[in-house]
Design a protein around this ligand. Structure first.
Ligand code: FEO
Length: 174
């Protein structure tokens, strides 16, 4: 049984995961339009992963006696300046998602909702993995550079990173 407060917080988290799904989809499409095929492939995969996160929460809310709600998606940005901008924005977005996950965990302790606390542990681990992954990509961007030769190598490197969440146990190909 979910308290109204936890149900609302989980529905708000659905909105965040849905926003991430479409945010990364728009970034993937931009990358593909720039012939950055490796980056596009990685970002399409990551968008799918965010969609899976959203579905996980849908399922949990409904099987725990609540009602998961489809959010409205607003203000998806379709154009980006550079690959560096894209990954800086992703890290910023993931740090905000981590904050939101942490807030739900705190709320679970306050409400003594140990089932949801247990459910959220997966997201805590996933957020840690994602932050490590995106910091590592930003390090690669600095290291390899984005000049004519660098961008080709960088795009290939990013395309080789496998997307996989905490549930698969395989991490992100690190
Ligand atoms: Fe599902 Fe990347 O947060």
């Amino acid at each position: 049984m979910l308290s109204k407060k936890i149900e609302d917080a989980l529905n708000a988290q659905i909105t965040k995961e849905a926003n991430a799904t479409f945010y990364y989809l728009a970034m993937a499409s931009w990358a593909q339009s720039q012939a950055l095929d490796g980056t596009a492939s990685f970002l399409y995969g990551h968008s799918n992963e965010e969609n899976m996160h959203m579905h996980k929460i849908f399922n949990y809310i409904n099987e725990t006696g609540g009602h998961a709600l489809v959010p409205e998606i607003k203000n998806v940005r379709n154009d980006y300046k550079s690959i560096e901008e894209v990954f800086n924005l992703i890290l910023e977005s993931e740090l905000a998602v981590t904050q939101s996950v942490n807030n739900i965990v705190s709320m679970c302790y306050e409400e003594k909702d140990y089932a949801t606390l247990n459910f959220m542990q997966w997201f805590v681990a996933e957020q840690h993995e994602e932050e490590v992954l995106f910091r590592r990509i930003l390090d690669k961007i600095k290291l390899i550079g984005t000049d004519f030769k660098g961008i080709y190598t960088l795009d290939k490197e990013i395309g080789m990173i496998q997307v996989g969440g905490a549930s698969q146990g395989g991490g992100h190909g690190r």
